[in-house]
Design a protein around this ligand. Structure first.
Ligand code: HEM
Length: 135
């Protein structure tokens, strides 16, 4: 990611979490609308799950200048996801839900440039998670 993309992800995420974990809850709402078959994989406490997901993205947003620490964390996360029955197709749906949740919470300040910067971060996370799932 280039410095401009890093700055965009940091500032859009800080806007998105100005209302706490709401963006994470929106993410799961959209995710289960896009693919209802994913819902049973998650426990009943979506708020708690949203908190964990939001915390992971916050960690990434803070560490964007230190990609090695993001990939190390994402590999560990990916290793755990092996047991969560994740498929490559599900990674696409998660990406769509994340982008849609960001777009909805950011409203008019969401741009094509922001979508592309987030796409880059997601790709980095996904690749590291898939790599972690192979070990
Ligand atoms: C970049 C993509 C993703 C991120 C950042 C992410 C993040 C997380 C985090 C932080 C947790 C909390 C538990 C832990 O740390 O192990 C979690 C749990 C989980 N994730 Fe993901 N995840 C991603 C992709 C996916 C995908 C593609 C699926 C596919 C179905 C998935 C399904 C699950 C499930 C089933 C759980 C456990 C829920 C439970 O224990 O109730 N995740 N994820």
């Amino acid at each position: 990611m280039n410095p401009n993309q890093i700055a965009i992800v940091k500032s859009t995420w800080s806007d998105a979490i100005s209302e706490g974990d709401a963006v994470g809850e929106l993410f799961y709402k959209i995710l289960f609308e896009l693919d209802p078959s994913l819902k049973p994989l998650f426990g009943d406490d979506v708020k708690e799950q949203a908190r964990k997901f939001t915390a992971m993205i916050t960690f990434c947003a803070y560490k964007l200048n230190d990609l090695d620490s993001i990939t190390a964390e994402a590999k560990e996360l990916g290793r755990r996801h092996k047991y969560y029955k994740t498929t490559e197709g599900a990674y696409r749906t998660v990406e769509k839900a994340l982008i849609a949740a960001l777009a909805q919470s950011l409203g008019a300040s969401w741009t094509e440039e922001a979508a592309s910067a987030w796409g880059q971060l997601y790709l980095t996370l996904e690749n590291a998670m898939l790599e972690g799932a192979t070990v």
